[in-house]
Write a new protein. Structure first.
Length: 720
């Protein structure tokens, strides 16, 4: 990139920032140096006039000194002028200043170049040598130009050196080497100047680039901060708006559930209720997060009872733990104070997240909440809350991301266990706001410990007692919860021993067998059956009812069957009168989806015309398809935990027992690439969600007709 004219002056109308910046910086350096050196030059001239030997006439000395001093004065004035308005000067202004300084330097060096002529006036070569030395000293001081503006420096240097060379060449034959040395020095300095100027220009270029980047960064930061603020504001407004209708849905479904309903209606309303609960949790989390982002979240500082907060956490999780047969226990270490000052609701929120996660990610075993005192002063206490589980655990490489918003240990987590990946991020911020921190220890397939610390104030009444009663202050006596280091309660056992035997002839026993049979056959009618005969089955199945019901609500039919089988409900003979045969209904369809709501929807949509079976994951779908009673058509979801829809289809086709079953994808993945991939893998159709029921029915019918026609032709071909 050429940024100067041949003479090194700034081109007239250049817009090159680096060239303009370099010119401005070089002018500032050069003018600054001349302004600063005025008095030095004056002092050197005055001293020299007096110390020169008397055989050099006074008028000669003055002829040298006075012009040089005058030159320093002119320099000072010119340079003050150059500096004036330099920062704002236009390209043209800079160019004019460069030209002034060039003339100034040329005159300076010409005057200094005359030194050897004045000093050697009387023919004394020693004095002439002193003169040349002064010239060289001046030249070296002018080296600043070498880096900033080579044209000025090189022309000035040659004016100065030529005058010295001319003197020595004409006055002393023996000084030929000196003449050569001076000429060589001129060449070396010229070259050096060009190199130095390049480096100078480069460093100025880098400075400008850095400044530009910093300015851009600052600008982007401003935009990002503004956008975050706006987003948070928007989210918090919109979340409030959304929360209102959601709570109306929750309360209305609660009221509807209390009224007389048919089993089917009850099932639908329960689904609405569950979905609205999920939605409300999500919206609350998003609201919290946006409040935190916008710095609008404030903590309360009120007195509360720790036992009350812990009681709430356990009560809210009891049902979930019981449904999974998980032992939930609380352990309060001695010395933990009961009355605290702080934000009870926010503490509860953090603990709820830890405990509900622990239950969610644990299939069997226990969840243990432990509280211990870490540190205390007269006014404050620091407590540590740990939640230990025997669940799936977490791979160490995921630890760092866990406490970040929207992050889950494994991207399939949300598909399998639900969740948003927001809870831990919120817990971390809340713990930090309470002066504490959060952490995790975990081993895959063994379990995890999530912990947090927090500081709380001590209510005044407690602090006043402190003088009389040293540590431990306040060992709580909590009737319901106090179990300092008590052993884990035994895992609740199914109450099967006390229950009626499955093989009596009562209608309830038949119901149990029918439920088992439907579950074993992946028939979602089991879900309706348990809802319709909830009271009868609860009596019959006792403590296991909740677990069977949870499994069925999640459409985990194999698990429901295992639980029923363990209680003896397997007898197919008792089912004979009610058993459907494949011939009852025209065709059978297997719906594969990991979301219970979707399975319920498809079942209700298809059940009047077809025999419907369900599988909540790919593995189960493979087992059904390759079993003794394969379906006529498979409706397959794509995004599922573990084996996804594409992998399931590949495996279906690889197995001769299932390769002939037509597959239709039914999925929320609506990208054209996904559709192409699905069809390329061998699916016959690709339907995207949300589905339009009549269209689904029509496309299912078409596929089944094609399959029938194909089977008919195949039969004919075989006969022939
Ligand atoms: P969510 O549970 O809603 O996805 P969280 O922020 O509460 O969001 O948790 C983030 C992720 O941390 C979870 O998706 C899961 O992968 C992991 N995790 C949290 N608690 C546990 C636990 N007790 N055991 C195993 N994994 C956990």
């Amino acid at each position: 990139m050429r940024i100067h004219t041949a003479w090194g002056f700034l081109p007239h109308h250049t817009t090159n920032t680096v060239a303009v910046g370099t010119a401005r910086a070089s002018l500032e350096l050069r003018a600054g140096q001349s302004i600063a050196s005025k008095w030095v030059i004056w002092a050197v001239c005055a001293v020299t006039v007096f110390v020169l030997p008397a055989d050099l006439p006074l008028w000669v000395r003055l002829c040298w000194a006075l012009p040089v001093m005058g030159m320093a004065e002119v320099n000072w004035r010119v340079c003050t002028h150059v500096m004036d308005g330099l920062a704002q000067a236009s390209t043209q202004g800079l160019r004019v200043r460069q030209i002034w300084l060039w003339w100034m330097t040329a005159i300076n060096q010409a005057l200094m170049g005359s030194t050897v002529w004045w000093f050697g006036y009387s023919g004394d070569l020693t004095l002439a040598a002193v003169g040349t030395s002064l010239q060289l000293i001046y030249l070296s001081a002018a080296m600043i130009n070498a880096a900033t503006h080579p044209t000025t420096f090189v022309s000035g240097a040659w004016i100065n050196l030529s005058l010295a060379i001319l003197y020595w060449a004409t006055h002393s034959l023996v000084s030929i080497p000196l003449v050569l040395a001076l000429a060589g020095m001129g060449l070396v300095l010229s070259r050096l100047s060009v190199q130095m100027a390049h480096s100078f220009e480069e460093s100025i270029g880098m400075r400008y680039e850095n400044q530009r980047l910093l300015a851009k960064l600052e600008e982007e930061k401003q935009v990002a901060t503004e956008a975050t603020r706006f987003k948070s504001q928007f989210l918090s407004n919109i979340s409030h708006e959304i929360r209102t209708p959601i709570s109306a849905i929750t309360s209305m479904s609660y009221l509807v559930l209390k009224s007389e309903l048919t089993a089917k209606q009850r099932k639908y309303v329960e689904m609405i209720d569950q979905c609205s609960l999920h939605l409300r949790k999500l919206i609350n989390q998003v609201l919290d997060l946006s409040k935190m982002d916008a710095g609008m979240l404030q903590l309360e500082h009120r007195e509360f009872r720790l036992s009350q907060a812990l009681d709430n956490v356990l009560t809210m999780n009891e049902d979930a733990a019981t449904a999974k047969d998980i032992a939930l226990s609380l352990h309060v270490k001695p010395g933990t104070p009961e009355r605290l000052l702080g934000d009870e609701l926010r503490l509860t929120e953090v603990l709820l997240n830890f405990v509900s996660n622990a239950i969610k990610f644990t299939e069997q075993g226990s969840v243990r909440l432990e509280i211990a005192l870490v540190e205390q002063t007269t006014e404050r206490v620091q407590l540590k809350f740990s939640v230990q589980d025997t669940g799936i655990g977490i791979e160490p490489e995921h630890f760092d991301a866990l406490f970040k918003s929207f992050s889950q240990a494994d991207s399939s987590t949300s598909r399998k266990y639900g969740g948003t990946g927001l809870g831990l991020a919120i817990a971390k911020t809340l713990a930090e706001m309470m002066g504490g921190e959060v952490g995790v220890q975990s081993e895959p397939r063994v379990g995890s410990v999530f912990w947090c610390t927090a500081w709380f104030g001590r209510p005044e009444t407690v602090a006043a007692d402190l003088d009389n009663e040293p540590i431990p202050l306040d060992i709580p006596i909590w009737p319901r919860l106090a179990q300092p280091d008590a052993p884990d309660p035994a895992i609740p056992q199914a109450l099967s021993a006390a229950l009626p035997r499955p093989n009596d002839d009562s209608p309830e026993a038949l119901l149990g067998h029918r439920l088992a049979w439907l579950s074993a056959n992946d028939d979602p009618a089991a879900v309706d059956l348990i809802a319709t005969y909830a009271a009868e089955l609860k009596n019959r199945l006792g403590g296991s009812f909740e677990r069977i019901q949870t499994a069925l609500r999640q459409y985990d039919l194999p698990k429901a069957y295992r639980l029923l089988e363990a209680m003896g409900y397997t007898d197919p003979a008792t089912l004979a009168p009610t058993q459907k045969t494949a011939g009852d209904l025209a065709s059978s369809i297997l719906v594969v989806d990991d979301t219970p709501t979707n399975l319920a929807l498809m079942f209700d949509l298809l059940k009047d015309e077809y025999q419907v079976r369900v599988a909540s994951n790919g593995e189960r779908a493979l087992a059904i398809a390759s079993g003794s009673n394969p379906p006529d058509l498979i409706l397959l979801d794509v995004m599922m935990p573990g084996m996804d829809g594409f992998a399931t289809l590949t495996q279906l086709q690889a197995n001769p027992a299932s390769a002939h079953i037509p597959v239709v994808f039914l999925t929320a993945k609506n990208q054209i690439e996904d559709e192409e991939k699905g069809l390329r893998l061998g699916a016959l159709d690709y339907i995207t969600k949300p589905v339009n029921p009549p269209i689904v029915l029509r496309r299912v019918r078409t596929q089944l007709m094609l399959k029938k026609a194909h089977d008919f032709l195949q039969d004919k071909a075989n006969n022939l």
